[in-house]
Design a protein around this ligand. Structure first.
Ligand code: HEC
Ligand code: HEC
Length: 366
């Protein structure tokens, strides 16, 4: 008799728990209901590689081919505050298109109101860049995309919670299915979709790009002031080209101490690899769209390009790891006079690509 009661109680328990769990979380895609299953027919995304980038090898991830469905999903995720703890912040909060996907604040503020210690970075031409972050701690763009969501000073949402929210959402389960072909939603797929969207953020239409694909000499192509700046940038006078290379990328993708500090609070690359020789080294940022990416440097200490060129002229600090390319560090810098500094700034503005910051395909889908 007792046995029967126990069995009955157990069955009631099982019935109620299944009922409750079904009530709480109805599956949006139900394999028993063919109507609820979206089609999986991914269309390869036709990435139009512009002429100026054609002879550079892109770092495609063969495990994450670009598809229309993946890019669309990534674009939604990039702009959707659903990936933050209190639904207030998305990637785009700190990477705003009109600032070439940077944050105009010196330090971005996360969902808990805590400011970081680094300035946000531009997102463009990522297929031709790596590693990522000022200190290079993410080897590729997908690894990078895994960081901001759980980061306590950024979006501060655990992956368990993030995936739960997406699974309950009215349209994400279907969008993930269309992009990846089954009902799994996890951190890797979120990162893959975001990486696909970031991969299409190509900037290639600045005056500088147009010059690179023209058959003209710099003298013929640029205004006299820009041309004077070009000569400063690309010669020993200003000595910028060694690190901000004289090509479409405007970065050597390497790490240098460019003389910002005599002593270092932020060790940069040196904190990642524990190598004392790398203390104070940071990734050379691309100067593409530099007119729009203020404030400048890893800690956003300079507000204007004029301040930056003044720093390279007279403000350099010597420390044990200062780059040997900063040849005039002991004199404070390359000593450009006022006219030369203005010419250099005029040349830096030829890196601006207005069509990139206004491209409607890169803006919020909401
Ligand atoms: C609270 C502000 C904030 C949010 C939100 C944020 N980022 Fe960032 N992002 C930053 C900062 C600051 C850095 C530089 C951090 C560092 O180097 O330590 C950065 C760096 C990056 C970089 C590196 C670029 C490079 O060239 O190395 C990429 C890519 C990026 N973020 C993408 C994203 C994506 C994708 C999301 C959303 C999943 C996101 N970010 C959310 C502030 C933010
Ligand atoms: C030894 C390599 C090196 C040389 C030479 C060099 N830079 Fe830099 N540049 C860097 C590095 C590294 C950073 C980032 C430093 C940091 O934030 O700690 C940087 C940052 C910048 C930034 C800020 C960009 C941003 O998005 O925050 C600008 C602008 C800039 N450099 C312009 C120049 C100009 C102009 C010259 C020539 C006068 C020059 N650089 C020479 C390596 C170099």
């Amino acid at each position: 008799m007792n046995k029967h009661i126990l069995l009955f109680a157990f069955l009631v328990f099982v019935y109620l728990t299944t009922l409750l769990s079904c009530k709480k979380d109805p599956p949006i895609i139900d394999i028993n209901k063919p109507d609820s299953i979206p089609t999986y027919n991914p269309t390869p995304y036709e990435l139009d590689i512009p002429e100026v980038l054609k002879n550079k090898t892109p770092n495609y991830n063969t495990n994450n081919p670009l598809t229309n469905e993946g890019v669309k999903l990534g674009r939604m995720l990039f702009y959707d505050p659903i990936l933050s703890k209190d639904n207030t912040q998305s990637c785009s909060s700190c990477h705003q298109q009109n600032f070439a996907f940077t944050d105009p604040r010196q330090f971005s503020i996360g969902v808990d109101g805590i400011a970081g210690t680094r300035n946000s970075m531009q997102i463009d031409n990522v297929l031709w860049k790596k590693p990522f972050f000022w200190d290079g701690r993410a080897a590729d763009i997908e690894e990078q995309a895994l960081e901001p969501v759980p980061n306590p000073i950024e979006m501060h949402l655990s992956w368990v919670e993030a995936t739960k929210k997406l699974k309950r959402h009215a349209s994400y389960p279907s969008l993930f299915y269309q992009a990846f072909g089954d009902t799994i939603i996890d951190s890797l797929r979120i990162a893959k979709a975001i990486a696909q969207f970031e991969s299409i953020l190509i900037s290639s239409n600045s005056k500088w790009d147009q010059f690179l694909i023209s058959n003209k000499t710099p003298f013929e192509f640029f205004t006299p002031e820009e041309y004077a700046g070009y000569l400063i940038f690309n010669s020993e006078t200003g000595d910028c080209f060694h690190c901000h290379t004289e090509d479409v990328m405007l970065t050597d993708n390497l790490f240098h101490n460019n003389g910002l500090n005599a002593t270092h609070n932020d060790y940069g690359l040196g904190a990642i690899n524990n190598n004392p020789e790398d203390i104070g080294k940071f990734k050379t940022p691309s100067l593409r769209n530099v007119e729009y990416t203020a404030p400048y440097m890893h800690d956003g200490r300079f507000n204007t390009l004029e301040e930056v060129v003044e720093f390279y002229s007279f403000g350099l600090q010597v420390s044990p790891t200062v780059d040997p390319l900063m040849k005039f560090a002991h004199l404070g810098g390359v000593q450009l006079n006022e006219e030369e500094r203005a010419q250099l700034v005029a040349f830096l503005k030829t890196f601006s690509d207005d069509s990139f910051i206004s491209n409607p395909n890169f803006s919020s889908p909401f």
